[in-house]
Design a protein around this ligand. Structure first.
Ligand code: GAR
Length: 204
């Protein structure tokens, strides 16, 4: 299998991207991060990428606030194609991606979500789980489809919700599992072991 060429899109700290870089450096993931793009000019993920000598750029997604569409979507597609990426990794990218991007990279756009989907799609999912009184929470890596956090699931990892948890302590526990889940999902993809059958991802 040729090594994966990953374009990472993120809006925040970039700890999931870091876990992917660590897996690559540690020899457990056969991939290369060929670019990092953020819709937030001063997002720490950009600085983190540059420290690893990865081309990193801010690309505005204006005028929209919550989605990637229109000319901005075109610019993202072009930037991702330009570096020869074959897989788009959404790692804390806080926008809904639209059919244009999905059509440009069919079956090759992945996302990580801080909840056990289909529970708690959308924002601040760990807080939703806490407020709901869940005893178990977790994270999901999934292929992206045209819905919100609704695509076929590749990997899920669970954590307990503990007495006295705050949104912050629960999010931290979930994030520790995210950092295992994303490299794991990408390892399966890199090995050619994933196929999408309807809603289900078969793992060979
Ligand atoms: C992660 O917890 C990720 O699951 C979440 O944003 C955080 C990004 O952290 N994503 C979403 O909520 C998407 N709806 P990071 O920048 O440190 O990887």
């Amino acid at each position: 299998m040729p090594k994966l060429r990953l374009a990472v899109l993120g809006s925040g700290a970039g700890t999931n991207m870091q876990s992917i870089l660590d897996a690559i450096a540690g020899g457990t993931l056969d991939a290369e991060v060929v670019c990092v793009i953020s819709d937030v000019a001063d997002a720490p993920i950009l600085e983190r990428a540059r420290r690893h000598n990865i081309p990193a750029r801010f690309l505005s997604a204006a005028p929209y606030k919550t989605k990637l569409e229109g000319p901005a979507e075109e610019a993202y597609i072009q930037a991702i194609r330009e570096v020869g990426a074959d897989t788009v990794v959404l790692a804390g990218f806080m926008r809904i991606v639209k059919p244009g991007l999905l059509a440009a990279f069919p079956g090759r756009v992945l996302n990580i979500h801080p909840a056990l989907l289909p529970a708690f799609p959308g924002l601040h999912s760990w807080k939703q789980a806490l407020d709901y009184g869940c005893k178990v929470a977790g994270c999901t890596v999934h292929f992206v489809d045209a819905g919100t956090d609704s695509g076929p699931i590749i990997v899920q990892r669970t954590v307990p919700v503990l007495e006295g948890d705050t949104p912050e302590t629960l999010h931290a526990r979930i994030q520790a599992q995210e950092h295992l889940a994303y490299p794991e999902a990408l390892r399966l993809l890199a090995a050619g072991r994933l196929s999408i059958r309807g809603r289900t991802v078969a793992i060979a």
